[in-house]
Ligand binder design. Structure first.
Ligand code: NDP
Length: 286
């Protein structure tokens, strides 16, 4: 029988520690403060931002939302991020993506000071991941790694396959697994004979966005499966993994919903607190 890797116990463990850390910072005179910049009126972004603000409120983190109109130009957005970067009252900054066209995401992200980059999306922080340095890690892959460790999945020397190569999930996740001494293969839409690759993997991370494309028949007996996919279907929310068949093969499997999704916001809070502790805020500035 497989162990179902629910996100909730991981989040509970994290929350306990995070509340204590926010309080300890407050006692030192540092108010952990996340500035969230949202451009335009994308309804999904509005929900994501609300969830992030609620998570901040539960931990006593101050959140400041800066809502810019959909026709904001690149320079205005970059000036806003520059100002927040220079603001001693702000310890972390998040630019809610995607941005409306024609705004350029990567160029805008460069205007977030690296020591305040709460999402870890700034290219410099991704660079430190390659160099093995100390940048902010992107939230979803950080949550995946936390979950694997929490449930005691062995990583050193294991074969890991990451399906999907996006800059926010697949690529950083592959690097993090590599840093945990896995032997990593990254698959994508041009990969040939995916099944031959997944069926040899000890750890499979599916981050594709295609409902139930990974079947139990594609997996190795006793593997660990992390399902990152969030797919809205007429039958409800589905992951990238067909849970019913996969759970018969896997020793560990994360469900959708209730798995990785819960980890992402919890890891954002972890990043925000880490940054404040590293001294981005007024009292802690080095
Ligand atoms: P992207 O659309 O940016 O990337 C999808 C990746 O899947 C691409 O690299 C693509 O390959 C690859 N792909 C597409 N079709 C196939 C295929 N048939 N076989 C193998 N690979 C394929 O998505 P994201 O990384 O942003 O997100 C992936 C999923 O994770 C989505 O469902 C998203 O909603 C979910 N998600 C969940 C989060 C959470 O908190 N749980 C957070 C972020 C995302 P190519 O590069 O060749 O196009």
């Amino acid at each position: 029988m497989s162990t179902i890797m629910y996100g909730a116990p991981c989040v509970d463990q994290l929350t306990l520690d995070q509340s204590r850390r926010v309080e300890a910072l407050r006692e030192k005179g540092v108010n952990v403060t996340l500035a969230v910049v949202r451009v335009g009126d994308d309804p999904a972004s509005e929900v994501y931002v609300r969830n992030k603000k609620n998570a901040c409120a539960k931990l006593g983190i101050v959140s400041r939302e800066i809502h810019l109109p959909g026709d904001t130009d690149q320079e205005t957005l970059e000036n806003c991020l520059d100002a927040l970067s220079a603001d001693d009252g702000v310890t972390g900054i998040l630019l809610q993506l995607p941005l409306p066209a024609p705004l350029k995401e990567q160029e805008a992200l460069l205007h977030i000071a690296p020591e305040k980059d709460a999402d870890g999306f700034r290219s410099g922080n991704c660079g430190t991941l390659i160099a093995g340095g100390e940048g902010t890690l992107p939230c979803t892959p950080r949550g995946i790694l936390y979950m694997l460790k929490y449930y005691g999945v062995e990583m050193t020397g294991k074969r890991a396959v990451v399906i999907g190569r996006s800059a926010i999930v697949g690529k950083p996740c592959a690097l993090m697994l590599l840093n945990e001494n896995c032997t990593v293969t990254v698959c994508h839409s041009k990969t040939q004979n995916l099944e031959a690759i997944t069926s040899e993997a000890d750890i499979v991370v599916a981050a594709v966005g295609k409902a139930e494309m990974i079947k139990g028949s594609m997996l190795k007996e006793g593997c660990a499966v992390v399902d990152v996919g969030i797919n809205r279907t007429p039958e409800g929310l589905k992951g990238d993994v067909e849970f019913e068949s996969a759970s018969k093969k896997a020793a560990f499997i994360s469900p959708v919903p209730g798995g990785v999704g819960k980890m992402t916001v919890a890891m954002l809070m972890e990043n925000v607190i880490d940054l404040a502790e590293k001294g981005a805020g007024p009292a802690g500035r080095k």
